[in-house]
Design a binder for this molecule. Sequence first.
Ligand code: HEC
Ligand code: HEC
Length: 348
Amino acid sequence: MSIWLKKVIWFILTLVTIYIITSRMGFQQIFINIFWVYATAGFLLYVLLDLPPLKQPKSKAGKSILLLLTFGLFSGIYTGVSAFLPQFDPSVEIEKINKPPFVMVEAGPELIAAGKDIFLSNKCVNCHKADKTGSSDRGPNMDLWQFGLRTPDELKEDIVDPRKRQALGFEDPKSKKAMPTYFGEEISKGEFSALFAFLSTLWNKENIPVRGKVGSEAGLIPWDEDPEIIALGKKVFEGETYDDLFCAGCHGKDGTPLMDGARDLRNPLSVSRNHDRKLKDWTDADWFKSVSEGVSEGDTFSPMKAWLEEYPPKAIWLAITYAKQFHKKPENQKLPEPEELEPIHDLW
Ligand code: HEC
Ligand code: HEC
C-alpha cells in the first residue's frame, strides 16, 4: 500500500515540476499539456510493468481473445488521446495565408520605418520624391500626393499594375511606360502593408495637394477643383458611399440646412465654432479640423460629430471637397449675414 502511495506522490511531483520548468521556459499551455500526457503515459507503462504477470490462458481461443482485447485497449487509448490534441486544419491555414494585408490607421513606428526601407530598397525613390528624400520628378512626388486618400487596394493596384490608371500630369508616352511592372512579384504581402503604412504618413492634412506635374510644367489642378474628385465628393456628401455618413441629411443637398442649427454651407459669411474666420476664408486645415473633429464644447458634442472616428480620411476629404462648392455659387454670394450661434446644448 505505502509503496503505491509513494509512486503516486512521485507522479504528482513530476507533473508539478514539468509545469514549473516548462512555464518558466515560456511554453504555451497546449505544449505543457502534451508534456503531461507523455509523463502520464510513461507512468502508466511503469505501473503496467510492475504489475504481477497475468496467468496465461490455456486454450487457443482464450489467447486470441486476450490479444484482441489488448489491441482494442491500445487503439482506444491512441484515438482517445489524439482526439484531445489540437488538429491541423488546412482550411484554417489557407484562410490565414489569403487574408489581405490590413493597414491600421495608426501603424506603429517600426512598421512605418520598415515601409520606408522597402521604398528605398526597391528604388521607388529614383522616380518618386518621398519624405523629402530623392531628387527626381519622373513620377509623382509622394509628398504632394494625398496617399491617405487611397484605400490600400487602390494603392496596391497603382503599384502592381501601373499601366491600368495613369497619374494625372503623367500622360506623356515616356511617363506612361516608366514605372516598372514587376513590383507585384518583388514585394510580398507583408511588405506591402509596411509600404502602405509609410506612404500614409506622407499624407499631409494641412494642404490638399496639387495633382499633375509641379514646377514649370503645365497641367496643375488643385485636388479640390478636379471635377472627378468633386463628383466623388457629391456621392459621399449625399450618403451614397458610406453607410450612415449623410452630410446632406442635415446640411441639405444644395447646402440649405435641413436641421435647425446646422451650419449654412451656402453662406460665404458663415462662421465656425472652432475659429473666427468666415467660411469663404477657411483654409483646408480649418475644414479638416471641423469635419474630422466635429463641433463640441467641453464634453458636449453637437450633432456634428467627429466623423474621422468612424470614417477614413478619404471620406472626410471627399465630403469637404463637395461641401466647399456651395458658397462659391454666384447666387449664394449675396446671402445676408447669418444669425448668432446658439449654445450647443440647445441644438439637440
Ligand atoms: C522608373 C521610375 C519609377 C519607379 C522605379 C517607380 N515608379 Fe511609381 N510611377 C512612375 C511614373 C512615371 C508614374 C506615373 C505614371 C503612372 O501612373 O504609371 C508612377 C506612378 C506611381 C503611383 C500612382 C500615382 C497616382 O496618383 O496615380 C504610385 C502609387 C507609385 N508610382 C508608387 C511607386 C512605388 C511604391 C514604387 C517602388 C516600389 C515605384 N512607384 C517605383 C515611375 C516610377
Ligand atoms: C446629424 C446632422 C449632421 C450631419 C450628418 C453632418 N453635420 Fe455638419 N453640422 C451639423 C450641425 C448641427 C452643425 C452646427 C454645429 C454647431 O454649431 O455646434 C454642423 C456644422 C458643420 C460645419 C461647421 C463646423 C464649424 O467649424 O463650426 C461644417 C463645415 C459641417 N458641419 C460639414 C459637414 C460635413 C462635410 C458633413 C458630412 C461629412 C456633415 N457636416 C455632417 C449637423 C450635421
